[in-house]
Write a protein that binds this ligand. Sequence first.
Ligand code: PMV
Length: 331
Amino acid sequence: MSGKATAVAPSNIAFIKYWGTRDVDKTLPYNPSISMTLSECVSRCTVEHDSTLAANEILLLTDGRLEPAPQQFAAGIERHLERLKVWAAVEGAFRVATGNSFPTGAGMASSASGFAALTLAVAAALERPLTESEASLLSRSSGSGSAARSVLGGYVEWPDDGLEGPATRLAPADHWALSDVVAVVSSREKDVSSREGHRRAPGSPMWEGRLEALPERLRRVREAIADRSIDDLGPVIEGEALDLHLIAMSSRPPILYWTAETIAVLRRVRELREEGLDAYSTIDAGPNIHVICPTAQEGDVATALREMAETEMVITDRVGDGPYLTEDHLG
Ligand code: PMV
């Protein structure tokens, strides 16, 4: 038997971060996280299931061409395919072709979009319809917790309760037009993976303080989204990102994701506010800065960031509706 399907899934940017893994096998976090699903930065994944195929074939779109995926990249996909085969109770193997709309190493969460697209494409190729909750839980089992959020559009919280559940939607994309203007200051691959960062995080002396602050911070972000208030959202997400990096920097051994350019952009975003823009920074596990602002201001923010000598590239993205299936196959 053979079935083929393609899924497109977006990346997301966290306002409240998932940082620290409570259970590595199940990918369970210590705290709920809240994110905005994006629309332009997406992964497209085509999967063909072949019950007679002996081994998986994994191709990655590189400079516009499908090529055998590098070993480490393929290994992550292989591991997730094994889990999906157990879930679906099928034999055989898969032909997988996957690619990102954004440059690799641009500081976008390619594991979130990539594993969400892979999960949805496998389920569709096997003709196994998934609810959003099932898709979220299955995507999380890839080991990328943020993938649990990428299966839903709009503003998303994961987990919904009890720290074991799936992601849920706080509000649809059309509730609030926000943009994510990404100042890429380094496209080098980061030295320490987020997986390792999650592992070291509880060793930081700053760890307990953040956990104590989180319930109030989560409440403020949920409210700011409900009220569409950038004035309320912005300061919380900036403080939250600084806390993640304080924890990383004070983990043992310490992790320093920032470069001098990161700090220059953080300072510039403060100036932009003094100049009247509603722009606020957040940073994932890397040196690049995501500037969150009302979509009406994204052009001004992007222009200001492009003018900086410190930025290699500026990517403008917006809140989006989430993943979809398409007949537009890769390969
Ligand atoms: O999903 P992972 O294991 O790639 O971890 C994501 C970690 C952050 O991007 C730093 C925060 C987040 O919630 O997306």
